[in-house]
Write a protein that binds this ligand. Structure first.
Ligand SMILES: NC(=O)c1ccc[n+]([C@@H]2O[C@H](COP(=O)([O-])OP(=O)(O)OC[C@H]3O[C@@H](n4cnc5c(N)ncnc54)[C@H](O)[C@@H]3O)[C@@H](O)[C@H]2O)c1
Length: 345
């Protein structure tokens, strides 16, 4: 199969810590170009990763006809406009989440990807966590035996997910000015609420996406009492199972993200690792047994969701697998975040 030529748009923190090392490991792609408004940053990153083409604007990178696909890691308000440019230029896209700040814009990007016959994948890398994949299998086994969850409790209290990263290169220069489309927050949000909404679509939307991945079913909002900051409890209906997501922020040296599914004869719990803790997948706990109660802990062999995500993205392009399931879940997560905040006003 033809090797995929990849372009990186944005060479900042997450590109350097996660995506560049993950894609560099893949045999079936070349990292062929890098663009950053900080030209010195693009050059230094290109030097380390032996990237032959260096640009200071994504528009110049997109003119390179040898680039098949791009990895977009930008400040959130620029993502929508740049992803739109990438799709118009005919490139497959993996972008960091959130896909946009407004779900209507996310829907426009889906229509554009469909029209252009291109893959548009959003970096909800946890769906490539091998522990979460196993958890989905366990839930499907229950579903096939007509076991319906009595309730689903999920939570993310944040904490520190970066795990003392080191080695990121920082620019020493001013960014080159460029005419970039800057997306606005939904207009009903106050300035303070915009911060909470951004928290929600940036961090807590991972939990919404994981629920979408595990159950393949959409959530219907029942009620929410979240604060301006996006902290609180939100209740949904998930195919007749009451479902909760609790959100908060704690300043602790750990990461707290969990989904617990209570069945009549079994409780399944998954604990997600800090995102930047490399090579540690999620851990599953199974609690079951009436006469003999037992607890089983499952953890797949060491692997990293970002690395699996890179492999998945390249293999989908090679197989021309333009399945929109994960994109639909990303749009749904934005829609739910929007609805939760809209219901407060
Ligand atoms: N998946 C995760 O767990 C995770 C973790 C951290 C960040 N993120 C996401 O990644 C994104 C980027 O975060 P970051 O921490 O790497 O930011 P960053 O500020 O370190 O890097 C962004 C880079 O984009 C460059 N840039 C801006 N506009 C550009 C353009 N049009 N063309 C080329 N370069 C451009 C900037 O110069 C900067 O170097 C954010 O959307 C964030 O939500 C995801």
């Amino acid at each position: 199969m033809k090797k995929i030529n990849l372009g990186f748009i944005g060479a900042g923190f997450i590109a350097q810590q996660c995506h560049l090392p993950a894609f560099k490991e893949q045999n079936n792609c070349n990292i062929f170009g890098v663009a950053d408004l900080h030209r010195d940053l693009a050059s230094r990153v290109a030097n380390i990763y032996e990237i032959p083409n260096i640009y200071s604007s994504h528009k110049d990178l997109l003119l390179n006809g040898e680039i098949d696909a791009v990895v977009v890691t930008l400040p959130r308000a620029y993502t929508y406009g740049v992803v739109r440019d990438c799709l118009i230029a005919g490139k497959h896209v993996l972008t960091e989440k959130p896909l946009s700040l407004n779900f209507e814009n996310a829907k426009k990007l889906k229509s554009l990807a469909k029209k252009q016959n291109l893959l548009l994948q959003v970096g909800y890398m946890k769906r490539n966590d091998s522990g979460l994949k196993k958890f989905k299998e366990l839930v499907e086994e229950n579903f096939n035996q007509n076991n319906i969850p009595l309730l689903v409790k999920s939570s993310c209290f944040m904490g520190d997910s970066y795990c003392s990263p080191f080695g990121s290169i920082k620019s020493k220069e001013e960014p080159l000015s460029s005419e970039l489309f800057l997306e606005n927050f939904p207009s009903f949000l106050s300035e303070k609420e915009s911060v909470g909404y951004e928290n929600f679509v940036n961090t807590y939307s991972h939990v919404l996406d994981s629920l979408g991945f595990i159950f393949d079913h959409s959530l219907q909002l029942i009620t929410s009492n979240i604060s301006d900051d996006g902290f609180g409890i939100t209740l949904f209906d998930l195919n007749n199972s009451p479902t909760e997501i609790s959100t908060a922020k704690v300043h602790l040296n750990n990461w707290f993200e969990e989904i617990k599914i209570v069945y009549e004869h079994e409780i399944l719990t998954i604990s997600l690792p800090p995102a930047l803790l490399k090579n540690v997948p999620a851990t599953i706990k199974i609690q079951k047994g009436k006469d003999f109660y037992e607890e089983i802990t499952l953890r797949p062999k060491w692997s990293w969701s970002f690395l699996n995500q890179a492999q998945d993205f390249i293999s989908k392009i090679q197989k021309n697998d333009l399945n929109f399931n994960s994109l639909d879940s990303a749009i749904e997560s934005l829609y739910l975040s929007y609805t939760i905040f809209k219901n407060r006003s």
